[in-house]
Design a protein around this ligand. Structure first.
Ligand SMILES: NC(=O)c1ccc[n+]([C@@H]2O[C@H](COP(=O)([O-])OP(=O)(O)OC[C@H]3O[C@@H](n4cnc5c(N)ncnc54)[C@H](OP(=O)(O)O)[C@@H]3O)[C@@H](O)[C@H]2O)c1
Length: 358
Protein backbone atom coordinates (compact mmCIF):
# COMPACT_ATOMS: atom_id res chain seq x y z
CA UNK A 1 0.00 0.00 0.00
CA UNK A 2 1.30 3.50 -0.83
CA UNK A 3 0.73 5.56 2.30
CA UNK A 4 1.06 9.31 2.82
CA UNK A 5 1.25 10.37 6.48
CA UNK A 6 0.62 14.03 7.26
CA UNK A 7 2.58 14.51 10.48
CA UNK A 8 4.37 11.38 11.54
CA UNK A 9 7.18 12.47 13.79
CA UNK A 10 5.99 12.96 17.35
CA UNK A 11 3.83 10.21 18.80
CA UNK A 12 0.83 8.63 17.06
CA UNK A 13 2.26 9.44 13.64
CA UNK A 14 5.74 8.28 14.56
CA UNK A 15 4.54 4.89 15.85
CA UNK A 16 2.23 4.54 12.84
CA UNK A 17 5.07 5.16 10.39
CA UNK A 18 7.33 2.59 12.08
CA UNK A 19 4.57 -0.05 12.02
CA UNK A 20 3.62 0.73 8.42
CA UNK A 21 7.23 0.27 7.29
CA UNK A 22 7.43 -2.98 9.24
CA UNK A 23 4.32 -4.20 7.41
CA UNK A 24 6.07 -3.52 4.12
CA UNK A 25 4.11 -0.45 3.02
CA UNK A 26 5.60 2.28 0.85
CA UNK A 27 5.48 5.32 3.20
CA UNK A 28 5.80 9.03 2.51
CA UNK A 29 5.88 11.42 5.48
CA UNK A 30 5.07 15.11 5.12
CA UNK A 31 5.93 17.60 7.86
CA UNK A 32 7.85 20.80 8.46
CA UNK A 33 10.81 19.04 10.04
CA UNK A 34 10.41 21.17 13.17
CA UNK A 35 10.41 18.07 15.37
CA UNK A 36 13.19 15.48 15.33
CA UNK A 37 12.11 12.99 12.69
CA UNK A 38 13.78 9.63 13.54
CA UNK A 39 12.15 8.28 10.41
CA UNK A 40 12.99 4.76 9.23
CA UNK A 41 15.38 4.91 6.27
CA UNK A 42 12.80 3.35 3.95
CA UNK A 43 10.50 6.36 4.36
CA UNK A 44 10.32 9.12 1.78
CA UNK A 45 10.39 12.42 3.70
CA UNK A 46 8.82 15.45 2.04
CA UNK A 47 9.38 18.63 3.99
CA UNK A 48 6.74 21.30 3.89
CA UNK A 49 4.11 23.22 5.81
CA UNK A 50 0.50 22.22 5.18
CA UNK A 51 -0.52 25.81 5.94
CA UNK A 52 1.28 26.85 2.72
CA UNK A 53 -0.68 25.96 -0.38
CA UNK A 54 2.44 25.77 -2.58
CA UNK A 55 3.98 23.18 -0.24
CA UNK A 56 0.84 21.03 -0.44
CA UNK A 57 0.82 21.35 -4.25
CA UNK A 58 4.47 20.26 -4.34
CA UNK A 59 3.59 17.32 -2.09
CA UNK A 60 0.75 16.29 -4.41
CA UNK A 61 3.26 16.03 -7.27
CA UNK A 62 5.00 13.22 -5.28
CA UNK A 63 1.83 11.06 -5.41
CA UNK A 64 -0.27 9.12 -6.10
CA UNK A 65 -1.10 7.22 -2.89
CA UNK A 66 -3.64 4.62 -1.88
CA UNK A 67 -4.27 6.28 1.47
CA UNK A 68 -3.47 9.60 3.10
CA UNK A 69 -3.45 9.43 6.91
CA UNK A 70 -3.92 12.79 8.62
CA UNK A 71 -2.58 12.75 12.18
CA UNK A 72 -1.71 16.44 12.09
CA UNK A 73 -5.09 18.06 11.42
CA UNK A 74 -6.34 20.55 13.99
CA UNK A 75 -7.35 23.64 12.00
CA UNK A 76 -10.37 23.15 9.72
CA UNK A 77 -9.41 25.78 7.13
CA UNK A 78 -5.91 24.30 6.84
CA UNK A 79 -7.25 20.75 6.59
CA UNK A 80 -9.78 21.90 3.97
CA UNK A 81 -7.09 23.45 1.75
CA UNK A 82 -4.84 20.39 1.92
CA UNK A 83 -7.46 17.65 1.47
CA UNK A 84 -9.01 19.45 -1.51
CA UNK A 85 -5.65 19.05 -3.27
CA UNK A 86 -4.82 15.58 -1.95
CA UNK A 87 -8.22 14.08 -2.81
CA UNK A 88 -7.03 14.05 -6.46
CA UNK A 89 -3.87 12.06 -5.70
CA UNK A 90 -5.01 9.69 -2.91
CA UNK A 91 -7.78 7.14 -3.19
CA UNK A 92 -8.80 7.25 0.45
CA UNK A 93 -8.26 9.29 3.61
CA UNK A 94 -7.97 8.39 7.29
CA UNK A 95 -8.53 11.32 9.63
CA UNK A 96 -7.45 10.92 13.27
CA UNK A 97 -9.97 12.84 15.34
CA UNK A 98 -10.62 12.60 19.10
CA UNK A 99 -13.13 11.83 21.84
CA UNK A 100 -13.29 15.60 22.38
CA UNK A 101 -15.42 15.80 19.21
CA UNK A 102 -18.43 14.69 21.30
CA UNK A 103 -20.46 17.49 22.83
CA UNK A 104 -21.40 15.52 25.95
CA UNK A 105 -17.95 14.19 26.79
CA UNK A 106 -16.91 13.90 29.66
CA UNK A 107 -20.36 14.33 31.22
CA UNK A 108 -22.21 11.42 29.58
CA UNK A 109 -21.22 8.16 27.90
CA UNK A 110 -20.62 8.44 24.15
CA UNK A 111 -20.82 6.16 21.14
CA UNK A 112 -20.41 6.98 17.45
CA UNK A 113 -24.01 8.23 17.21
CA UNK A 114 -23.68 10.72 20.07
CA UNK A 115 -24.03 14.42 19.29
CA UNK A 116 -20.92 16.22 18.07
CA UNK A 117 -19.88 19.82 18.55
CA UNK A 118 -20.87 22.15 15.72
CA UNK A 119 -17.87 22.29 13.44
CA UNK A 120 -17.06 24.85 10.77
CA UNK A 121 -14.87 23.36 7.99
CA UNK A 122 -13.60 26.83 7.02
CA UNK A 123 -12.68 28.05 10.48
CA UNK A 124 -9.17 29.19 11.42
CA UNK A 125 -8.92 30.11 15.13
CA UNK A 126 -5.43 31.61 14.97
CA UNK A 127 -3.54 30.79 18.15
CA UNK A 128 -6.51 29.16 19.91
CA UNK A 129 -6.05 25.78 18.25
CA UNK A 130 -4.99 23.90 21.42
CA UNK A 131 -7.43 25.73 23.68
CA UNK A 132 -9.30 22.88 25.42
CA UNK A 133 -12.64 24.61 24.75
CA UNK A 134 -11.90 25.03 21.05
CA UNK A 135 -10.25 21.68 20.40
CA UNK A 136 -13.41 19.54 20.04
CA UNK A 137 -15.27 21.87 17.64
CA UNK A 138 -12.06 22.33 15.62
CA UNK A 139 -11.60 18.59 15.18
CA UNK A 140 -15.25 18.28 14.08
CA UNK A 141 -14.60 21.02 11.51
CA UNK A 142 -11.58 19.02 10.28
CA UNK A 143 -13.72 15.86 10.01
CA UNK A 144 -16.28 17.74 7.90
CA UNK A 145 -13.59 19.23 5.65
CA UNK A 146 -12.13 15.74 5.08
CA UNK A 147 -15.59 14.32 4.32
CA UNK A 148 -16.38 17.15 1.88
CA UNK A 149 -13.18 16.46 -0.07
CA UNK A 150 -13.11 12.65 -0.08
CA UNK A 151 -16.79 11.79 0.36
CA UNK A 152 -17.96 9.30 3.01
CA UNK A 153 -17.17 6.32 0.76
CA UNK A 154 -13.46 7.25 0.75
CA UNK A 155 -13.08 8.40 4.36
CA UNK A 156 -12.32 6.66 7.66
CA UNK A 157 -12.53 8.73 10.85
CA UNK A 158 -11.03 7.41 14.08
CA UNK A 159 -11.96 9.05 17.39
CA UNK A 160 -9.48 7.73 19.97
CA UNK A 161 -9.73 8.22 23.69
CA UNK A 162 -6.58 9.44 25.44
CA UNK A 163 -3.53 7.83 23.85
CA UNK A 164 -0.66 6.54 25.99
CA UNK A 165 2.47 4.50 25.42
CA UNK A 166 6.11 4.91 24.37
CA UNK A 167 6.86 8.32 22.75
CA UNK A 168 4.00 10.10 24.55
CA UNK A 169 5.22 13.70 24.43
CA UNK A 170 2.10 15.11 26.11
CA UNK A 171 3.51 13.96 29.45
CA UNK A 172 0.57 12.27 31.21
CA UNK A 173 1.83 8.78 31.95
CA UNK A 174 5.48 9.94 31.97
CA UNK A 175 4.57 12.31 34.82
CA UNK A 176 2.95 9.58 36.91
CA UNK A 177 5.94 7.30 36.36
CA UNK A 178 8.49 9.91 37.36
CA UNK A 179 6.30 10.88 40.34
CA UNK A 180 6.26 7.27 41.57
CA UNK A 181 10.00 7.07 41.13
CA UNK A 182 10.37 10.03 43.52
CA UNK A 183 8.29 8.03 46.02
CA UNK A 184 6.87 9.11 49.40
CA UNK A 185 3.18 9.86 49.99
CA UNK A 186 1.35 10.31 46.67
CA UNK A 187 -1.92 12.22 46.31
CA UNK A 188 -4.21 9.71 44.60
CA UNK A 189 -7.88 10.00 43.65
CA UNK A 190 -10.55 7.64 42.35
CA UNK A 191 -9.05 4.19 43.01
CA UNK A 192 -12.06 2.35 41.63
CA UNK A 193 -12.83 4.40 38.54
CA UNK A 194 -12.58 2.31 35.38
CA UNK A 195 -10.34 4.01 32.82
CA UNK A 196 -9.75 3.40 29.15
CA UNK A 197 -6.68 5.06 27.66
CA UNK A 198 -5.67 3.37 24.42
CA UNK A 199 -2.13 2.22 23.76
CA UNK A 200 -0.65 4.04 20.77
CA UNK A 201 0.39 0.70 19.23
CA UNK A 202 -3.17 -0.65 19.43
CA UNK A 203 -4.52 2.55 17.85
CA UNK A 204 -2.00 2.51 14.99
CA UNK A 205 -2.39 -1.24 14.48
CA UNK A 206 -6.15 -0.83 14.13
CA UNK A 207 -5.70 2.16 11.83
CA UNK A 208 -3.40 0.21 9.52
CA UNK A 209 -5.68 -2.85 9.54
CA UNK A 210 -8.59 -0.65 8.51
CA UNK A 211 -6.51 1.12 5.84
CA UNK A 212 -5.47 -2.26 4.42
CA UNK A 213 -9.07 -3.54 4.49
CA UNK A 214 -10.39 -0.31 2.90
CA UNK A 215 -12.44 0.49 5.99
CA UNK A 216 -14.66 3.57 5.96
CA UNK A 217 -17.00 5.26 8.43
CA UNK A 218 -16.39 6.31 12.03
CA UNK A 219 -14.87 4.32 14.88
CA UNK A 220 -14.28 5.18 18.50
CA UNK A 221 -11.02 3.66 19.68
CA UNK A 222 -10.58 2.62 23.33
CA UNK A 223 -10.44 -0.50 25.50
CA UNK A 224 -13.48 -1.33 27.65
CA UNK A 225 -13.63 0.75 30.84
CA UNK A 226 -14.12 -2.42 32.86
CA UNK A 227 -10.61 -3.72 32.27
CA UNK A 228 -8.54 -1.43 34.49
CA UNK A 229 -9.08 1.20 37.17
CA UNK A 230 -7.28 4.42 37.94
CA UNK A 231 -5.93 2.64 41.02
CA UNK A 232 -4.58 -0.20 38.84
CA UNK A 233 -2.72 2.34 36.71
CA UNK A 234 -1.12 4.03 39.73
CA UNK A 235 -0.16 0.69 41.30
CA UNK A 236 1.40 -0.42 37.99
CA UNK A 237 3.44 2.80 37.96
CA UNK A 238 4.70 2.03 41.46
CA UNK A 239 5.51 -1.54 40.52
CA UNK A 240 7.60 -0.77 37.44
CA UNK A 241 9.56 2.06 39.10
CA UNK A 242 10.12 0.28 42.45
CA UNK A 243 13.68 -0.91 41.72
CA UNK A 244 14.97 2.60 41.10
CA UNK A 245 12.61 4.61 43.35
CA UNK A 246 14.28 7.17 45.62
CA UNK A 247 12.00 5.86 48.41
CA UNK A 248 8.92 3.69 48.32
CA UNK A 249 5.73 5.35 47.14
CA UNK A 250 2.57 5.22 49.27
CA UNK A 251 -0.77 6.10 47.71
CA UNK A 252 -2.87 8.41 49.86
CA UNK A 253 -6.39 8.00 48.52
CA UNK A 254 -8.39 11.19 48.73
CA UNK A 255 -11.99 11.94 47.94
CA UNK A 256 -12.54 13.39 44.46
CA UNK A 257 -15.00 16.04 45.65
CA UNK A 258 -12.50 17.20 48.26
CA UNK A 259 -9.86 17.58 45.55
CA UNK A 260 -12.29 19.65 43.49
CA UNK A 261 -12.96 21.85 46.55
CA UNK A 262 -9.18 22.37 46.93
CA UNK A 263 -9.07 23.68 43.37
CA UNK A 264 -6.83 20.92 41.99
CA UNK A 265 -6.79 21.32 38.21
CA UNK A 266 -8.32 18.27 36.63
CA UNK A 267 -6.64 16.41 33.78
CA UNK A 268 -3.34 18.28 34.20
CA UNK A 269 -2.29 18.70 37.87
CA UNK A 270 -3.25 15.08 38.44
CA UNK A 271 -2.91 13.73 34.91
CA UNK A 272 -5.81 11.65 33.58
CA UNK A 273 -8.02 12.45 36.60
CA UNK A 274 -11.32 14.12 35.93
CA UNK A 275 -14.25 14.22 38.34
CA UNK A 276 -17.04 14.46 35.75
CA UNK A 277 -19.61 11.68 35.51
CA UNK A 278 -18.27 9.92 32.42
CA UNK A 279 -14.71 10.83 31.40
CA UNK A 280 -14.18 7.12 30.72
CA UNK A 281 -17.53 6.41 29.11
CA UNK A 282 -16.49 5.77 25.53
CA UNK A 283 -18.23 2.88 23.80
CA UNK A 284 -15.84 1.37 21.25
CA UNK A 285 -17.74 -1.87 20.56
CA UNK A 286 -17.93 -1.06 16.85
CA UNK A 287 -14.12 -1.02 16.59
CA UNK A 288 -13.84 -4.19 18.67
CA UNK A 289 -16.22 -5.96 16.29
CA UNK A 290 -14.03 -4.70 13.43
CA UNK A 291 -10.89 -6.17 14.99
CA UNK A 292 -9.56 -3.65 17.57
CA UNK A 293 -7.49 -5.45 20.19
CA UNK A 294 -6.22 -3.57 23.24
CA UNK A 295 -3.33 -4.77 25.37
CA UNK A 296 -3.51 -4.59 29.20
CA UNK A 297 -2.85 -1.14 30.66
CA UNK A 298 -0.07 -2.65 32.82
CA UNK A 299 1.84 -3.45 29.61
CA UNK A 300 1.48 0.13 28.36
CA UNK A 301 2.77 1.39 31.72
CA UNK A 302 5.74 -1.00 31.73
CA UNK A 303 6.73 -0.24 28.12
CA UNK A 304 6.44 3.52 28.66
CA UNK A 305 8.76 3.21 31.66
CA UNK A 306 11.24 1.17 29.60
CA UNK A 307 11.15 3.89 26.93
CA UNK A 308 11.74 6.63 29.52
CA UNK A 309 14.65 4.68 31.03
CA UNK A 310 16.18 4.38 27.59
CA UNK A 311 16.25 8.18 27.36
CA UNK A 312 12.75 8.72 25.95
CA UNK A 313 10.87 12.00 25.52
CA UNK A 314 11.83 12.72 21.92
CA UNK A 315 10.66 16.30 21.61
CA UNK A 316 10.41 19.23 23.95
CA UNK A 317 6.79 20.24 23.79
CA UNK A 318 5.01 22.96 25.70
CA UNK A 319 2.23 20.54 26.68
CA UNK A 320 4.71 18.38 28.63
CA UNK A 321 5.15 21.15 31.20
CA UNK A 322 1.39 21.45 31.74
CA UNK A 323 1.27 18.15 33.59
CA UNK A 324 1.82 17.34 37.23
CA UNK A 325 1.17 18.91 40.59
CA UNK A 326 4.01 20.88 42.26
CA UNK A 327 5.67 18.82 45.05
CA UNK A 328 5.04 21.46 47.76
CA UNK A 329 1.38 21.78 46.83
CA UNK A 330 0.95 18.00 46.80
CA UNK A 331 2.61 17.69 50.23
CA UNK A 332 0.45 20.43 51.71
CA UNK A 333 -2.76 18.89 50.33
CA UNK A 334 -1.79 15.47 51.72
CA UNK A 335 -1.05 17.00 55.13
CA UNK A 336 -4.42 18.75 55.14
CA UNK A 337 -6.26 15.58 54.08
CA UNK A 338 -4.53 13.43 56.70
CA UNK A 339 -5.28 16.00 59.39
CA UNK A 340 -8.95 15.66 58.48
CA UNK A 341 -8.74 11.83 58.17
CA UNK A 342 -6.27 10.71 60.87
CA UNK A 343 -6.94 6.98 60.34
CA UNK A 344 -5.06 7.21 57.03
CA UNK A 345 -1.93 8.77 58.57
CA UNK A 346 -0.71 5.48 60.05
CA UNK A 347 -0.18 4.08 56.54
CA UNK A 348 -3.43 2.12 56.48
CA UNK A 349 -4.68 1.68 52.91
CA UNK A 350 -8.18 2.69 53.92
CA UNK A 351 -9.94 3.96 50.81
CA UNK A 352 -11.07 7.55 50.91
CA UNK A 353 -14.68 8.12 51.91
CA UNK A 354 -16.20 9.02 48.60
CA UNK A 355 -18.95 11.34 47.53
CA UNK A 356 -20.43 11.23 44.07
CA UNK A 357 -18.70 13.83 41.92
CA UNK A 358 -20.71 16.05 39.63
N1 LIG B 1 -2.47 12.31 22.35
C1 LIG B 1 -3.69 11.96 22.61
O1 LIG B 1 -4.02 11.56 23.75
C2 LIG B 1 -4.74 12.02 21.51
C3 LIG B 1 -6.02 11.58 21.81
C4 LIG B 1 -6.98 11.59 20.80
C5 LIG B 1 -6.64 12.06 19.54
N2 LIG B 1 -5.39 12.52 19.28
C6 LIG B 1 -5.10 13.01 17.92
O2 LIG B 1 -4.07 12.21 17.41
C7 LIG B 1 -3.24 12.97 16.56
C8 LIG B 1 -1.96 12.71 17.20
O3 LIG B 1 -0.95 13.42 16.80
P1 LIG B 1 0.50 13.29 17.30
O4 LIG B 1 0.85 14.60 17.86
O5 LIG B 1 0.74 12.12 18.10
O6 LIG B 1 1.01 13.11 15.81
P2 LIG B 1 2.31 13.08 15.12
O7 LIG B 1 2.02 12.88 13.71
O8 LIG B 1 3.22 12.11 15.76
O9 LIG B 1 2.82 14.61 15.35
C9 LIG B 1 2.23 15.75 14.78
C10 LIG B 1 2.90 15.98 13.45
O10 LIG B 1 2.37 17.05 12.72
C11 LIG B 1 3.42 17.72 12.08
N3 LIG B 1 2.94 19.05 11.79
C12 LIG B 1 2.47 19.96 12.69
N4 LIG B 1 2.11 21.09 12.05
C13 LIG B 1 2.37 20.88 10.73
C14 LIG B 1 2.21 21.68 9.56
N5 LIG B 1 1.73 22.94 9.63
N6 LIG B 1 2.56 21.16 8.37
C15 LIG B 1 3.06 19.90 8.28
N7 LIG B 1 3.23 19.10 9.34
C16 LIG B 1 2.89 19.59 10.56
C17 LIG B 1 4.56 17.63 13.08
O11 LIG B 1 5.83 17.73 12.51
P3 LIG B 1 6.60 19.13 12.39
O12 LIG B 1 6.44 19.82 13.70
O13 LIG B 1 8.02 18.73 12.09
O14 LIG B 1 5.96 19.84 11.26
C18 LIG B 1 4.37 16.20 13.56
O15 LIG B 1 5.00 15.30 12.72
C19 LIG B 1 -3.72 14.41 16.61
O16 LIG B 1 -4.50 14.67 15.47
C20 LIG B 1 -4.63 14.43 17.86
O17 LIG B 1 -5.72 15.31 17.67
C21 LIG B 1 -4.42 12.50 20.24
Amino acid sequence: MRLLVLGGSWFVGRVLVAEAVQRGHDVTVFNRGASPAHLPSAVRHVRGDRELIDDVRALARCGPWDVVVDVAGSVPAVVRRSVEILADVAQRCVFVSTISAYRDWPHAPVDEDSALWDGDPDFDPGTRRWDPDAYGPLKVGCEIASRDAFGPERLLVLRPHVVLGPHEYVGRLPWWLTRMRRGGPVLAPAPDRGIQPVDVRDLTGFLLDQAEWRGTGVFNVAPPATRATYGDMLRSCIEVTADVAERSARLVWVDECWLVEQGVTQWTELPLWRSAAAPWGMNADRARRAGLRCRPLAETVADTWTWLCEGGRPVTHERFAEHGIAPEREASLIARWLAEHPRQSDGASEPAPSRTPG
